[in-house]
Write a protein that binds this ligand. Structure first.
Ligand code: CMP
Length: 132
């Protein structure tokens, strides 16, 4: 049965005109893009979106980066969407991400890592409410 997940093409990738290339990787893998929009995160949205990381030393940098420019958020769906999307995006740190994954191919650093994806259905439910 089709499952939904949320992806965010982050400011570093939007600035480098990588949105279409990134979204087409999911379409080629059989995902349907059911909702998509461009937006700028406010600080309040960013803090809520990343609240699970609020005690981490990198939290301020994370909020500052995600609010630094336009992002493209999309709800994508197919069977096993959450786990397959995590495979397609690759390791959080682009230096450790395999070639052929989005972060392996496009990510610049652990902060400027080009894409976010929900890590569970529970995260998806929360994240969707912040951005849509
Ligand atoms: P994302 O998938 O958007 O979810 C949380 C983000 O925190 C993650 O991508 C990284 O960009 C960032 N992050 C995770 N670990 C670190 C770290 N050790 N240092 C800096 N940023 C990090």
């Amino acid at each position: 049965m089709a499952e939904q997940t949320l992806i965010i093409v982050k400011p570093d990738a939007v600035k480098r005109n990588l949105v279409e290339q990134i979204l087409s990787r999911f379409e080629k893998k059989g995902f349907t893009i059911s909702k998509k929009k461009t937006l700028n995160f406010t600080k309040e949205m960013a803090k809520e979106f990343y609240s699970a990381h609020s005690a981490k030393p990198f939290f301020d940098e994370l909020v500052s980066f995600i609010t630094s420019g336009e992002v493209v958020v999309a709800i994508i769906e197919r069977d096993d969407a959450v786990s397959l999307t995590r495979e397609i995006i690759g390791n959080t740190n682009p230096k450790e991400a395999s070639s052929g994954t989005i972060r392996g191919d496009f990510g610049i650093s652990i902060t400027e890592n080009s894409i976010h994806a929900s890590d569970s259905s529970e995260s998806f439910d929360k994240e969707v409410n912040v951005v849509f």
